[in-house]
Design a binder for this molecule. Structure first.
Ligand code: PMP
Length: 433
């Protein structure tokens, strides 16, 4: 049976008081009250395999993280204006994970905050305002991170309401974009250069470029080979800085890489991270060079009350420890390879499955009505997600056409759970689409 909220009163309370634009992602959302590893459980005790939760990378309810947070909470949690062990140690660990030269760390509370700060750093460092962003992108809800978000799935007005300092360029979507295949680099690069030349002609300089290094919002699509390094070259030649938004794809999820930009062989000037780095505890960071970080001093000091608090830093360090001890990046690689192999096999049996994007435990299954025209199967994707919910699987659509199943489970996903997901997906696909 389709799940329903156990308590109509509780749901009515939510509808009455939670501000409207906070969308409900299911028509009748189950009431989730517990989680364990890659599963969530509703109030009726029904188990759901969580193929969606890119925040909980360790898995739900990790006792070691709960203990570390609780211990630090009992000892001290404070405004981040003081000096304490956790902030020094966590900053050092983040800097040591970043490429050489990126050694200055800012600690914030979310991905939107991290991208907002990255944009401010680019403006302060270059003294210029124009920013290049990709179409089909999502970078956050705050004023600046929202401005560079061009995804029409997240905001149908996005393309007509961007401020004039935002310059959006073709989505380098190698499956359905203007140029296709991993060797479509030149086509997309020419499009970037064209926009950059138009910015040059205005004589206002260039602040930089922001992009996800593996295109998460488009469905986990790898950028064309060499694209990122070539664009970074163009940006730097004009004095701009390059921001890698690793909020969604970063930090071990890709399995084969710790950072998304490694897949492209490119090194950014600013890295932004959040989501999984706190396993759901609000935590974000910006990692950059000393020179770029120092530029903000022109505007005064930077201060976030809870960004980098003792509890947040302990949460972040414990996530890194658990990832290493439980070999979660390796698990993302191995289980991800197995899962991708099984999903790719669906292409032969089900005409609606157009492609499988991504790597590790960041995959996107693109559904199309016609493999030649690539007409997006948008309504079918919504119906498939809803049917999968009935069968105990959490997965949702992404991309500008909302026709890509975004698959980003906790990194502790087992082969058995991956197989259960594909078996259920195949059962739904066999029901006729
Ligand atoms: N960047 C990317 C690529 C994201 O996917 C998101 C969240 N979906 C954000 C930034 C914003 O992060 P947050 O929701 O933590 O503010």
């Amino acid at each position: 049976d389709a799940p329903k909220p156990a308590s109509a009163e509780l749901f009515a309370l939510r509808e009455a008081h939670l501000a409207g634009p906070q969308k409900n992602y299911y028509e009748t959302p189950p009431q989730m009250e517990r989680g364990w590893k890659e599963h969530m459980f509703d109030v009726e005790g029904r188990a759901y395999l969580d193929m969606l939760n890119n925040v909980t990378i360790l898995g739900h309810g990790h006792p070691r993280l709960a203990e570390a947070i609780s211990e630090q909470w009992l000892r001290l949690n404070t405004n981040s204006r003081f000096h304490y062990t956790a902030i020094a140690e966590f900053s050092e660990r983040l800097a040591s994970l970043a490429p050489e030269g990126l050694e200055a760390v800012f600690l914030v509370n979310s991905g939107s905050e991290a991208n907002d700060l990255a944009l401010r750093l680019a403006w302060a460092h270059t003294g210029a305002k124009p920013m290049l962003s990709l179409l089909e992108a999502y970078h956050g809800w705050s004023v600046a991170s929202d401005a560079v978000s061009t995804s029409i799935a997240d905001n149908p007005q996005a393309l007509t309401t961007r401020p004039d300092w935002v310059h959006a360029v073709l989505s380098p979507n190698t499956y359905r974009g203007a140029f296709r295949g991993s060797e479509s680099t030149t086509g997309y690069l020419d499009a970037v250069v064209e926009v950059l030349e138009a910015i040059d002609a205005k004589g206002e300089g260039l602040a930089g470029f922001i992009a996800e290094p593996v295109y998460g919002n488009a469905g986990g699509i790898s950028l064309p080979d060499g694209f990122l390094a070539a664009v970074y070259g163009q940006i730097r030649a004009r004095g701009g800085v390059c921001i890698a938004d690793e909020v969604q794809v970063g930090y071990g999820r890709l399995g084969h890489h710790f950072w998304g930009f490694e897949q492209q062989g490119a090194i950014p000037d600013i890295i932004t991270i959040a989501k999984g780095m706190g396993d759901g505890h609000p935590l974000g960071a910006v990692i950059t060079t000393r020179a770029i970080a120092g530029s903000l001093e022109k505007e005064g000091y930077f201060f976030s009350s809870t960004g980098g608090s003792p509890v947040s830093c302990v949460a972040g360090m414990t996530v890194l420890d658990i990832m290493a001890d439980e070999r979660l990046q390796e698990n993302a690689r191995d289980v991800g390879d197995h899962l991708k192999g099984r999903l790719v096999a669906l292409i032969e049996r089900h005409p609606i499955v157009g492609a499988v994007h991504g790597m590790g435990l960041y995959l996107g299954l693109e559904l199309v009505r016609d493999r030649t025209t690539l007409e997006p199967a948008t309504e079918e994707t919504a119906a498939i997600c809803s049917r999968l919910l009935d069968l105990g699987i959490l997965v949702q659509p992404t991309g500008d056409h909302l026709n890509v199943l975004k698959i980003k489970p906790p990194l502790c996903l087992t082969v058995d759970s991956a197989d259960f997901f594909v078996d259920m997906l195949e059962k739904v696909l066999s029901e006729g689409w």
